[in-house]
Design a protein around this ligand. Structure first.
Ligand code: GAR
Length: 200
C-alpha cells in the first residue's frame, strides 16, 4: 500500500481528511508519518490520536533550511514513504529535497494557481474581488507554487459572501479534492510530461 508522509504547520484539517479517507477505504494509502514545522501545531494531536508516528521540527532547525530539509528526507526515507504531501506546511521546500523525491512531493494550495501564490491566498483572492476562486493540487518544483498542476476545482464567490464563509467553502473543497488526488497517485494514474499532467 502507498505510504504517505504528510507535512503540516497548523490545524491539520486536511491531514484529518486524508486520515479519514484512508480509514474509510476511499483512499488506498496509509499516512505513515506526520512532520510538523512547529511543535505546537494542532495537527500533531490528530496524528497522535490516529496512532501515526510524528516528528516535530523547531524554529532552531530552520535556521539552516537545508538541515531541516535533510532531516525531513531522512525521516521520510526511514519511514518508507512513497509521497510527501504538504498540507498547510508553511515552509518552502528546498531544491535538494525536491530533487531527492522527484515527482513525489505534492502541495495543496487554496487558490487557482498561478493566481494568488503564497501564504495568504484566500484573503488575497477575496480582497482582489475575484468572482471565481478554488483549490489547486500540484507537484512541488524548485520554485514556490509553480509545479505541474494535477487537479483544480473552482468555486464561485457569490455576491455578499464574507471572507470567513469563503474560507470555509475552500476548506470543504480541499478536504474532498486532496484525498481524491492522493488516490489517483496511489493508483499510478498520474503521468507528468513537462508542465502537463495527464490522468489515466
Ligand atoms: C489549507 O487551506 C492549505 O491549502 C493552506 O493552508 C491550509 C491548511 O489548513 N496552504 C497554503 O496556503 C500553502 N501555501 P489545515 O492545517 O487545516 O489543513
Amino acid at each position: 500500500m502507498t505510504r504517505l508522509a504528510v507535512l503540516i504547520s497548523g490545524t491539520g484539517t486536511n491531514l484529518q481528511a486524508i486520515i479519514d479517507a484512508s480509514a474509510s477505504g476511499q483512499l488506498d494509502a496509509e499516512v505513515a508519518l506526520v512532520i510538523s514545522s512547529r511543535p505546537d501545531a494542532a495537527g500533531l494531536q490528530r496524528a497522535a490520536a490516529a496512532g501515526i508516528q510524528t516528528v516535530s521540527l523547531s524554529r532552531a532547525v530552520y535556521i539552516e533550511p537545508w538541515a531541516a530539509d535533510q532531516l525531513i528526507a531522512e525521516q521520510v526515507s526511514a519511514a518508507g514513504c512513497d509521497y510527501i504531501a504538504l498540507a498547510g506546511y508553511m515552509r518552502k521546500i528546498g531544491p535538494e529535497l525536491v530533487e531527492a523525491f522527484p515527482q513525489r512531493v505534492i502541495n495543496l494550495h487554496p487558490a487557482l494557481l498561478p493566481a494568488f501564490k503564497g501564504a495568504q491566498a484566500i484573503a488575497e483572492a477575496y480582497a482582489y474581488g475575484v468572482k471565481v476562486t478554488g483549490v489547486t493540487v500540484h507537484f512541488v518544483d524548485a520554485q514556490y507554487d509553480t509545479g505541474p498542476i494535477i487537479a483544480q476545482r473552482a468555486i464561485a464567490v457569490p455576491e455578499g459572501q464574507g471572507l470567513e464563509q469563503l474560507t470555509e467553502r475552500i476548506h470543504a473543497v480541499e478536504h474532498q479534492l486532496y484525498p481524491e488526488v492522493l488516490q489517483l497517485l496511489s493508483q499510478g494514474r498520474v503521468e507528468v510530461i513537462g508542465k502537463n499532467v495527464h490522468i489515466h
